[in-house]
Design a protein around this ligand. Sequence first.
Ligand SMILES: [Zn+2]
Length: 385
Amino acid sequence: MKSGKVFENSCCYGCGVTLRKKNSSKEHIIPNAIGGRLKSRKLLCKDCNSAFGSDIDFKLTQQLSFLCNLLNIKRDDGEVPKTIKPTDGDYNLRAGGKPVPKKPSIEEIDLDNGMRQISVHASPEQAESIFKGLQRKYNLSDELIAEAKASAQLREEYVSDSLNFPVEFGGSDAFRSICKTAVSFFVHRGGNPCAIQHLVPYIRGERDKHCTFFYYPVQSITKREPTEILHTIIVAGDETAGVLYAYIEYFSCYSCIVLLNDAYRGASFVETYFFDTLQSKEVNKSFNISISLDELNALLDNRQTSQQDIQRAFAMALGIALNKIKKATIHDIVEKTFDDSFETFPEGQIMDEEMFRLFLEKFQERFAPFLAAQMSTRDENFGEF
Ligand SMILES: [Zn+2]
């Protein structure tokens, strides 16, 4: 990539300034915090990028943080999603849906012999800071702390409480972010920025505009594979109907239409982008989208969307996420059991009957609590899990 040439003929779609190496900025077309990898330096100048604000993207990604966490969605810098805090229950969720106690428990008991016994029940990360705190509080020696750490037992537990999270989607900020994604993708694929100029004040938050709305068609736009969770962008221009619109779908479950222009004068076209969030790569999909101007106007007038449609789509995405976690957990159990059972045997040794029996015994020990936790959650909403 030669500098200088990169920005040839590129103008910021926010203000029209010619983009050069110095004033250009990197814009993620789908926010990076929800796994978006498609980016361009030919869309927005630095000033516009900051004026468009990270607030709107933040609001959207916050709403999707529960799925990001469960699916262990990584950002460009490799950072994994932060811990999610459920509204009730005793556990938070770490990346990959791993529960950690909200509050570690510390029990201090005065013994008859004048000694004090302190029991700590916490995750390894929490225990580390608790040990530091105790060392300060009681002025304990490093040796004593090291001894306490060495005697700590690592125990695995399965959470049987239900975890409740606030699940919302939409609202003016999130819709602005979705509109920005649609506009950026349109310009990125060579669309004329003049066609979307009127949306710039809306994205900036200077004006309200009703152009983004939920869209859950009876027949899904793309054929869904049971193991795929996609981010989808489709931008379509219809010369005959004079309409330019985008279909945006996050995590195969939250889908919206953005009406980009209802007096579109350009040629007909369709541009698509399908991103597999689990594989973190672009994929090819067949799709079927055809919305008439009448339908778009009807959707605009009737702002309501069926709660059932959203629930169904969300349950499906959650089902895929939970299955992924379940598979990872089982894989983990098998791996740990192997390590446990065969650490005393030389590597490469052929497994005999005795070894296999030992393996099965250990596997059963580890698997039983997991199975029990599964059975207790079976009757809840997501029966397949
Ligand atoms: Zn600009």
